[in-house]
Design a protein around this ligand. Structure first.
Ligand code: PLP
Length: 386
């Protein structure tokens, strides 16, 4: 017989994310292997065409990861030594390291506490004559404040690279798809994303010349067969990944709809929890809920955030902070120096209080109710009266 807790919950194991595969992914991957055509073939071309058209008819260039996509996009925008690139303090490390590989310097910008994306006002304070690109990250699949960012970029002659690694099909103010609003956007297809190819990435842009530069850069700068006129990378997406990507793209709308339904249930169930601050989006479509990120009101709790994560994990519920602030990371320290924490008050608050709960399309109702019950149980057992 299974052990059960005092609240009657039978223990379960609910991971933070789980990819959604059916029969089509292995079938399509096996067909590519049998064909013997493994790189630079028709399957990735078809994936690019269909991904670009699903986002409203943009150019799409497939690469082998979201991080490669960032590097290629920055190189295509002409970023080089001495340039500065504005990056939110709260993102995955490669949003910032991409600039460093090109000899440029990432300059960190605080986030806001509404959508957890880059704060345009702080970005304005950090602009110098060397600033070349601003990278809004649509954190957790929440659309960043694109009107303000585009306007800031226009006034200061900056290019806009959207890091849409997490925001497939998330809309900005119910209008354009995130990733298609700036000069260029990038997506990631790692297994926790709304669609996956294992590893994989895509660059999208309305600008055919920029797309052409990206195509050269991902393939050794090879202008004709074995003619190398520019410095390039080997960042091509293999055909097997393209085949899996096509199968996942067919399900992407359903995957995002299911994620939104899971998020709506969390929001309804946790609305009255005094110790929880829920994610707030301008419209429900502004998010694809790649992550469901809550913050804790620590003044209402006798536990800190890490203790809450540990308590969730002890009962089989995956929970994690995405991500620690970048300005604290050793890789960005210059001569042992790093920016001061008080330049990033919101990122520091987020770092102390945020955690993400399990969310993926096939999360069952029973699994979700278990997550909710365990979280409530922990919060109630450690409540602190104001
Ligand atoms: C915001 C953000 N940027 C960049 C990346 C890098 O993508 P990849 O892991 O595909 O290289 C990720 C994903 O891991 C991400 O979440």
């Amino acid at each position: 017989m299974k052990e059960s807790h005092e609240d009657g919950q039978v223990p379960m194991h609910v991971p933070l994310s789980r990819p959604w595969f059916d029969e089509e992914e292995p079938r399509a991957a096996a067909e590519v292997v049998r064909s013997g055509w493994l790189i630079s073939g028709p399957v990735v071309e078809e994936f690019e065409r269909r991904f670009g058209s699903r986002l409203g008819g943009v150019e799409a260039v497939a690469v082998n990861s979201g991080s490669s996509a960032l590097l290629v996009a920055l190189a295509a925008l002409g970023v080089g030594p001495g340039d500065e690139v504005l990056v939110p303090d709260m993102t995955f490390v490669s949003t910032a390291t991409a600039a460093m590989f090109l000899g440029a310097r990432p300059v960190f910008v605080d986030i806001n506490l509404q959508n957890y994306c880059l704060d345009p006002k702080d970005a304005e304070r950090k602009i110098t004559p060397r600033t070349k690109v601003i990278i809004p990250v649509h954190y957790a699949g929440h659309a960043a404040d694109m009107d303000e960012i585009i306007e800031l970029a226009r006034r200061n002659g900056l290019r806009v690279l959207e890091d849409a690694a997490e925001s497939h099909l998330a809309l900005y103010r119910g209008g354009a798809y995130t990733g298609t609003i700036g000069d260029v956007g990038i997506f990631s297809f790692t297994p926790s994303k709304p669609m996956t190819t294992g590893e994989g990435g895509m660059i999208v842009t309305p600008d055919p010349d920029l797309a052409a530069r990206c195509r050269l850069l991902r393939n050794f700068g090879d202008t004709e067969k074995f003619r190398w006129e520019m410095l390039g990378f080997n960042f091509r997406m293999p055909e097997v990944m393209g085949a899996i990507g096509l199968a996942q793209l067919d399900k992407l709308d359903r995957a995002v709809t299911l994620r939104r339904a899971v998020a709506a249930r969390y929001t309804e169930a946790l609305r009255d929890e005094e110790a929880v601050i829920l994610p707030t989006l301008r419209t429900p479509d502004d998010g694809n809920y790649q992550l469901y990120t809550i913050r804790l009101r620590l003044e209402r709790l006798a536990l800190d955030r890490d203790a809450v994560i540990r308590a969730l994990e002890a009962r089989g519920v995956g929970a994690r902070l995405y991500y620690p602030p970048l300005h604290l990371q050793g890789v960005f320290a210059r001569d042992g120096d790093r920016p001061r924490d008080d330049e990033f008050p919101n990122a520091m608050t987020f770092d102390r209080t945020a955690l993400s709960l399990p969310i993926f399309p096939m999360l069952s109702a029973a699994e979700q109710e278990y997550v909710i019950a365990v979280l409530r149980d922990i919060l109630r057992a450690h409540r602190r009266q104001p």
